[in-house]
Design a protein around this ligand. Structure first.
Ligand code: NAP
Length: 258
């Protein structure tokens, strides 16, 4: 399917690895020029070079912490953008009684206020040109809480509320905003969480992965490529009537009818 977005320009945040990289790859395959971002410049430059070589699109790499004002200013200076994919690392796991005000502020900054600030920066340009696509990478924890990820549950719920109202305010201008909710995907983040289980329970990594995969009706972890393809579709010309949705990509793990 031709996604109809060749020649558009996208900012894909936190995209040297994992789900962000999957989104960058799928958009590049559709002919979209990219600004890619991550904190570490080595992996970022390598990812940018691989995507440039494979898909023949323009890729600017901006090494910066997207959760800081200066980091956001550095990536936004590469605009204007037709497409925005927001993403950042997730907050650390813990117990409800562990977290201080500072921990909450950090999580809110990274996973709620940063995507909101990015949307506030790019939406006026998208509205002015009558076309834009925003996809926020959030989490399955928005639909079904993950007890040890209370910081994520809280911050991402706040972002979801902002998107629900804002998406409906900009839809009439040709701009769509939707959220993609990953369940378990085979990325460094998932492997780090499995590593914690290995340590705590004294089992092997293979056992930890097999146990977790068995909790997913699809019987496996998702891939960054599948995730990216869904993101690219939401950014396509065909998805203009999909507004303010929370699209779950979890292999059926969340046991709900709707
Ligand atoms: P990942 O494999 O660890 O990759 C994270 C990417 O983001 C890397 O490129 C990393 O590069 C970059 N990054 C992290 N913090 C950043 C920051 N402050 N500024 C700029 N770049 C940053 O993670 P992932 O699995 O793709 O997860 C992406 C998001 O989805 C996270 O918020 C995660 O919590 C959420 N999620 C993931 C899963 C899953 O199963 N994978 C499930 C639910 C939710 P640098 O480290 O060099 O900055």
């Amino acid at each position: 399917m031709d996604l109809g977005i060749a020649g558009k320009r996208a900012l894909v945040c936190a995209s040297s690895k994992g789900l962000g990289r999957g989104c960058a790859e799928a958009l590049a395959e559709a002919g979209v020029d990219l600004v890619m971002n991550a904190r570490g410049s080595e992996a970022l430059e390598q990812a940018a070079a691989e995507i440039r070589a494979k898909y023949k699109v323009t890729v600017d790499a901006v090494a910066a912490d997207i959760t800081t004002e200066t980091g956001r200013a550095a990536v936004l200076a590469k605009g204007p953008f037709d497409i925005l994919v927001t993403n950042a690392g997730g907050p650390p796991p813990g117990l409800w009684s562990d977290w201080s005000r500072e921990d909450f502020i950090k999580a809110l900054d990274a996973n709620m206020l940063t995507p909101i600030a990015l949307m506030q920066a790019v939406l006026p340009g998208m509205i002015a040109q009558g076309w834009g696509r925003v996809v926020n990478i959030t989490s399955v924890s928005v639909k079904a809480p993950i007890a040890v990820l209370g910081l994520s549950n809280s911050a991402r719920a706040g972002l979801t509320g902002f998107v629900a109202g804002t998406a409906r305010q900009v839809a009439g201008k040709g701009v769509t905003i939707n959220n993609l909710l990953p369940g378990i995907h085979a990325t460094d983040r998932a492997i780090a969480l499995d590593g914690a289980v290995v340590k705590a329970r004294g089992i092997s990594m293979e056992e930890a992965i097999a146990e977790r995969a068995a909790t997913i009706p699809a019987g496996r972890y998702g891939t960054a490529a599948e995730f990216g393809a869904t993101c690219a579709f939401l950014c396509s010309q065909h998805a203009g009537f999909i507004v303010g949705q929370n699209v779950l990509l979890d292999g059926g793990a969340t046991n709900t009818t709707l």
